[in-house]
Design a protein around this ligand. Structure first.
Ligand SMILES: Cc1cc2nc3c(=O)[nH]c(=O)nc-3n(C[C@H](O)[C@H](O)[C@H](O)COP(=O)(O)OP(=O)(O)OC[C@H]3O[C@@H](n4cnc5c(N)ncnc54)[C@H](O)[C@@H]3O)c2cc1C
Length: 406
């Protein structure tokens, strides 16, 4: 089989792969994007039907192209996001080949040799753009023998997909909060196990939280100042974009639980940390209001006051008298949705570019292996690195580095 040669091989045709392609094209640098399935595959097959973009259309997009058919302050549906990425690839004339999987990349002289389902390719540079969320994590808590359907949030599609009965959702990030809300609205009995979380207000004083994060410099916090502890944030673009408020979910009939801790005799053990986790979420919520007020005063912004945003509802009974042992059969639970996050998986990258824990070793995406780059990872250079609105700056940085290699 003949070996093709290209300047830069980009692996992955999601937002990161497209942003990288655009930046290389701007510099006239030859490259190809290989995508094993279709453009934006994860938005097509690893997200639920009712998902909306987590940020308004003016904010959650790539530069240079607005999202067709969506009001700038509105939240794009999953399908609108897929259409957007397809349009974006056309807009930048990305040299993308879909249906080609990269199965292995190894160093080869001064460059790399990639084995792909379309034949081998050699390249001077490789950009790994295979996503921040690659392998679903399901904690080994509930044994499969319980007979309850267990799925990860990446495989959740809609309420009708789940067997009859109550549903236990585990996880208090955006996925867990949104899926629990959706199931409850569909009339399902829902139990929601919460861990530590942040929950910024959707809007405050007329501005979206994404705007406030921008003004307050939160998205730009550099990786060097990354907080020790990762706290997932719960935000939602569904139903026009509403603040995630777990107490209001409880008022609608969702039973809140502490962190899922163990399993014995048909019952899940929940940590006695529910009130603490809620309080932590409230603290992040209120601290954003404080920071926003201070910023508005300092900058003399004429934004409407919103004192009612500071009202926190009283704790519901499931918080004041928490369930510490949830018997799945007694609760009528037919399914568990684990919204418990993802791990990286670079099994295809047979290059010594990882630390002892298997985490990519790089500085702002530039690895120690000459010509090898990572893009789109959480905190690649800044907090916003893994998000749609943050990937371009990192891509520009990598393109400049690639150009500098000659
Ligand atoms: C439920 C959910 C909702 C989100 N919503 C938002 C949001 O609204 N706004 C926002 O800014 N961020 C959001 N994010 C975060 C982030 O923007 C997305 O995870 C986004 O998909 C990341 O884009 P990416 O291009 O880095 O990676 P991915 O979208 O994961 O793309 C990587 C691509 O690489 C391909 N690939 C993988 N391995 C190979 C291989 N070996 N060979 C060839 N191709 C390969 C995959 O098929 C995939 O298409 C969300 C994340 C999740 C989980």
């Amino acid at each position: 089989m003949s070996v093709k040669t290209i300047g830069t091989l980009i692996v992955g045709g999601g937002q990161a792969g497209l942003a990288m392609s655009e930046q290389l094209s701007k510099r006239g640098l030859p490259h190809v994007v290989l995508e094993r399935h279709r453009i934006a595959e994860r938005w097509r097959s690893e997200r639920w039907d009712g998902l909306h973009a987590n940020g308004p259309a003016w904010h959650d997009r790539l530069p240079g192209l607005t999202i067709a058919g969506v009001d700038p302050d509105g939240f794009a549906t999953r399908n609108q996001m897929v259409d957007y990425f397809i349009a974006y690839a056309e807009h930048i004339a990305a040299p993308i080949r879909c249906g080609v999987e990269v199965t292995a990349v190894r160093q080869d002289g001064a460059g790399f040799r990639a084995e792909t389902s379309g034949g081998p390719i050699t390249a001077a540079n490789v950009v790994a753009a295979t996503g921040p969320f690659q392998r679903p994590i399901v904690p080994a808590i509930v044994p499969p023998e319980t007979g309850v359907l267990q799925i990860h949030s990446y495989a959740y599609k809609n309420p009708a997909q789940l067997p009859a009965g109550a549903v236990l959702v585990v996880g208090s990030g955006s996925s867990g909060a949104q899926i629990a809300d959706e199931l409850s609205r569909a009339g399902r009995r829902v139990y929601l196990s919460l861990g530590g979380h942040g929950r910024p207000p959707r809007r405050y004083r007329g501005r979206d939280f994404g705007w406030w994060y921008r003004m307050l410099g939160t998205w730009e916090v550099p990786v060097e100042e990354r907080p020790q502890r990762h706290v997932t944030i719960a935000i939602s673009g569904a139903h026009g974009g509403v603040t995630v408020d777990f107490r209001r979910l409880a008022a609608r009939g969702v039973t809140l639980l502490g962190r899922a801790q163990g399993f014995a005799d048909g019952a899940m053990r929940c940590a006695p940390d529910l009130a603490r986790n809620l309080a932590e979420g409230d603290a992040t919520y209120l601290s954003l209001l404080d920071a926003a007020d201070a910023y508005a005063a300092r900058e003399k912004l004429e934004l409407p006051e919103e004192p009612e945003a500071r009202i926190i509802d009283p704790d519901p009974p499931c918080v004041t008298d928490p369930i510490l042992r949830l018997d799945l059969r007694e609760a009528g639970i037919g399914a568990i949705v684990w919204a418990t996050g993802y791990a990286l998986d670079f099994g295809w990258l047979k290059v010594g570019a990882f630390d002892a824990k298997g985490v990519p070793a790089h500085r702002h995406g530039v690895s120690d292996v000459p010509g090898l780059y990572f893009l789109g990872l959480p905190w690649l250079s800044r907090r916003e690195s893994s998000f749609l609105f943050g990937v371009e700056r990192d891509a520009a940085h990598l393109a400049a580095h690639i150009a500098g290699r000659g």
